[in-house]
Design a protein around this ligand. Sequence first.
Ligand SMILES: [Zn+2]
Length: 201
Amino acid sequence: MIQADLHIHTVYSADSVIQPKTLVDKLVAHSFIKIAAVTDHDSVRGCKATIELASAYSDILIIPGVEISTLQGDMVILGTEELPPRPWTPEVVVDYANSIDAVSIVAHPYREYGMGDLTRNYKVDAIEILNGGSTATANNLAKELAKSMGLPGTAGSDAHQISELFSVCTKIDASLDVEAILKAIKKGFVSTQMTKGSIHF
Ligand SMILES: [Zn+2]
């Protein structure tokens, strides 16, 4: 069982202050979270930079990704170092993810920029049911949505500040390998966990 924070922003998102190097250092230092998905807003520059830095360490893994701002709400793609083609509609994001064996996830459905009940219209792979920046009520609604749609639920801190890193994590039944992790998420071999206070400064 491995533990991953599947939603993190670096300075390549205009609203984050987390440097790729800081993320790598915190991951190396963390006692049990060794995997992080870098999902900047509409950019893959952050995940590329972080992967480069992380390649010096054999016990940590960066999952490349992006958080796409669609008109209907935010969507995370895990397993891509490229942006989907435009226009960025939920259908295009889903089709793009399918075409490259990536994972499409509806981010924080019941928060600002969330897709809410519209999620039901799209064939996404998973729903973010535990977001570090969402209220317990919003996370519970997301959990119910995933359950009613029969979809796997993921967890991500949605960190924009260093202190927000690793506040939640996804437990995944997979090896330390991006392809294996993506497959396990799609199959639902995942559970979510709150881990507040597990990062040390
Ligand atoms: Zn985000």
